[in-house]
Design a protein around this ligand. Structure first.
Ligand code: CA
Length: 228
């Protein structure tokens, strides 16, 4: 089955360029030129990924992204933003609104295709872990986005949640900081691997059983021991 991609872009030249390159790679594409119609189109028949322009007539890309993320079934849908602005502030805003990746115009179509592939790959790796994960008294349910210890809910940020999910899905294995950075923050994340350490520290504080079970492997990464 070819993967379906909706391209939301009002500039026809760009939309067709993107469509051409994605089509050549075997993706099935559809262009939506109006921001106001994008949500309707995506809801009608959800694609595997959305390429979303920031500046659009009707409804802008950030609003569309926010609206998508507010619906449970679209929470994990990969979204790549296109924008003419390249400032770091815009990038942060786009990612905070829930975009998974970001490409600044003018961009190379090959780069966009590579990012589309990377995102779809990342998503299919995550799909294996959608069953609730149990680790002693600790339970993480990806579908309900809930973490509990002994039936008591633990409040985690989105990144802490994602980090914990990756570690629980790979218990007993060494996981490098780079792997965690790619999986949780994305391969183009500009912060350093210290970010992982900081989030691990928060996890250990919020879930005391991890203080012992989640082992630091010096200058490499982390390992969640086989059993708690
Ligand atoms: Ca535009």
């Amino acid at each position: 089955m070819p993967k379906k991609i909706v391209i939301v872009e009002d500039e026809r030249d760009i939309a067709e360029l993107v469509e051409h390159y994605l089509g050549k790679e075997g993706f099935q594409t559809e262009i939506v030129a109006d921001g106001g119609r994008a949500l309707e189109r995506i809801r009608k028949s959800p694609p595997d990924l959305v390429v979303l322009d920031l500046m659009l007539p009707g409804m802008d890309g950030l609003e569309i992204c926010r609206a998508l993320r507010s619906e449970e079934r679209f929470r994990a849908m990969p979204v790549i933003m296109l924008t003419a602005r390249g400032g770091e502030a815009d990038k942060v805003t786009g990612l905070e609104m829930g975009a998974d990746d970001y490409v600044t115009k003018p961009f190379s179509p090959r780069e966009l295709v590579a990012r589309v592939r990377a995102l779809l790959r990342r998503r299919s790796n995550q799909a294996e872990f959608n069953e609730p994960l149990q680790y002693g008294r600790l339970m993480l349910d990806p579908d309900r986005h809930v973490v509990e210890v002994g039936g008591k809910a633990v409040e985690l940020t989105a990144k802490e949640f994602s980090l914990l999910k990756h570690l629980m899905g790979r218990r007993g294995r060494l996981v490098s900081r780079d792997h965690l950075l790619n999986a949780v923050w994305g391969y183009d994340y500009v912060g350093g691997s210290r970010t992982v350490d900081v989030h691990v520290r928060h996890l250990r504080r919020k879930i005391p059983m991890l203080a012992k079970a989640l082992v630091t492997v010096k200058s490499f990464g982390y390992k969640l021991s086989e059993g708690p």
